[in-house]
Design a protein around this ligand. Structure first.
Ligand SMILES: C[S@@+](CC[C@H](N)C(=O)[O-])C[C@H]1O[C@@H](n2cnc3c(N)ncnc32)[C@H](O)[C@@H]1O
Length: 194
């Protein structure tokens, strides 16, 4: 049986969830997972931890400048918390824009950027929509231990409706709902030409 192995960039943290995600993906047969972080401490620790796992590569790199990667060389990018981290720092808007430009550049057309974030649509949608490069769907994951059982639960696999400015989601869920937001953004270069 032939098996197409996507290349994936996963940004991680120690002992973050994506370390487990990387291991899990290797267990599922993915063979080429490139993990990057700006922290040499994190990268060295992970290189040591996974020295017996050649499928997992760890590279110190700044997401705002991934020029070591060729354009259109990745099928998927998974981001849990890295965009959030930039959004909390100085020059947030500028840095986030640079990062998203680079993500868009290294992905193949129809490649997927999966953004797992605390950012509700009213804080993330305009940033994601600005370059006219992505078709965007939003999925919700309820936080573990969430006690808000009176409101409806969302199937992870069903996207929830988005309006222009994301206010629909806020009005449905209320302020500070117990959820993680997962934006599934598919690169569509034809959108730039419209
Ligand atoms: C909130 S943590 C991410 C958590 C991790 N993804 C997880 O799932 O546990 C943010 C990470 O982003 C990294 N980071 C911050 N700025 C970065 C940049 N410009 N380029 C690459 N990594 C960056 C930090 O070193 C840190 O490891």
């Amino acid at each position: 049986m032939s098996f197409v192995t996507p290349l994936t960039v996963a940004w991680f943290y120690v002992p973050g969830l994506l370390t487990a995600l990387g291991e899990g993906m290797v267990g599922d047969g993915y063979k080429d997972l490139v993990n990057i972080d700006i922290s040499s401490v994190v990268i060295e620790a992970m290189q040591k931890k996974y020295q017996e796992r050649p499928e997992l590569k760890y590279i110190k790199m700044d997401v705002r400048d991934m020029s070591d990667f060729e354009s259109g060389s990745f099928d998927a990018v998974i981001d849990k918390g890295t965009l959030d981290s930039l959004m909390c720092g100085h020059n947030a808007q500028q840095n986030a824009t640079k990062m998203l430009e680079e993500v868009g550049r290294i992905l193949k057309d129809k490649g997927i950027y999966i953004l797992i974030t605390y950012g509700a649509p009213n804080f993330r949608l305009s940033l994601l929509r600005e370059p006219h490069l992505w078709t965007i769907k939003l999925h919700l994951i309820e936080k573990l231990g969430s006690e808000a059982r009176s409101r409806p639960t969302w199937e992870l696999t069903n996207p929830i409706p988005l309006d222009d400015d994301g206010s629909l989601v806020t009005s449905t869920l209320g302020e500070n709902p117990d959820v993680h937001y997962t934006y599934v953004c598919i690169k569509d270069s034809s959108l730039r030409m419209q």
